[in-house]
Design a protein around this ligand. Structure first.
Ligand code: OAD
Length: 230
């Protein structure tokens, strides 16, 4: 089976009603990154940071995987599908995808801010956190999110997956955030590279087959294309 590596971003979940970041009306038009998504923001105003992610979690529990997520699961019949997502939602998993690597963390996990950095699952009955929530060792619990200015612990695993790819697909990401955007450089020269996005996206190296559609329609077109070539 060929290895199909899929790099997804916020556009993958847009049709599930989850806001993207940099489109017009996106999250970074409403909030300043420096106020809610950096270690400095957490040090300065942890209550605001907790509330920002509480709102994201409340949206997520009401959202459902869209047809794009579902079509990616169907590709597992014919390919070894490896998803690398920048998304912190769990919609790939809820659709049924088997291999999902989260580059930027996960909304439905919290992490101890203490030295052990233990990670805890968020339980459905408690999706909201305040500055008073602590881990069993007494340290504050912070969102399990990779903030701007922090290391991306999964980047090395992600680059190894991209090196193994026989086919690479990019869906719904503006490719503006590093190191995720640099993953393309690990792809073997000459492998097919598809890009699904309703808007123009600049990539480097720039040699993608563009499918200029939203995720649901785009993945359906991709699926037909890939199955023709098996
Ligand atoms: P962006 O908001 O930067 O880009 C979203 C992309 O999705 C754009 O290229 C849109 O054109 C595209 N898009 C919009 N609607 C779509 C649809 N229905 N189907 C497919 N694509 C669609 O989001 P990301 O590139 O994911 O990190 O952002 C990367 C990182 O920046 C995020 O993981 C987040 C953010 O700050 C952290 O918060 C750590």
């Amino acid at each position: 089976m060929k290895t199909l590596v899929i790099l997804t971003g916020a556009g993958m979940s847009a049709e599930s009603g989850i806001s993207t970041f940099r489109d017009s009306g996106g999250l970074w038009e409403k909030f300043r990154i420096e106020d809610v998504a950096t270690p400095e923001a957490w040090a300065r105003n942890p209550a605001l940071v907790q509330e920002f992610y509480n709102v994201r979690r409340r949206q997520l529990v009401h959202a459902k995987p869209n047809n794009g997520h579902v079509s990616l699961v169907e590709l597992e019949k014919n390919f070894d599908v490896q998803i690398i997502t920048q998304n912190v939602d769990n919609l790939h998993e809820r659709a049924g995808s088997t291999n999902v690597l989260h580059l930027h963390g996960e909304l439905m996990k919290m992490r101890s801010a203490g030295p052990g950095q233990e990670v805890f699952d968020v339980q459905p009955e408690k999706i909201e956190y305040t500055i008073h929530d602590k881990c069993p060792k007494g340290y504050p619990l912070r969102p399990h999110i990779v903030w701007f200015g922090e290391e991306v612990p999964e980047i090395s695993n992600a680059s190894k997956l991209v090196e193994k790819a026989d086919i690479l697909v990019i869906i719904g990401t503006s490719m503006q955030v590093y190191p995720a955007a640099g993953l393309l450089h690990y792809a073997r020269p000459g492998i097919p590279l598809y890009l699904i996005d309703p808007n123009e996206v600049e990539i480097s190296p720039g040699r993608a087959i563009m499918i200029r559609k939203g995720a649901s329609e785009g993945v359906e077109i991709l699926k037909k294309e890939l199955l023709k070539k098996i």
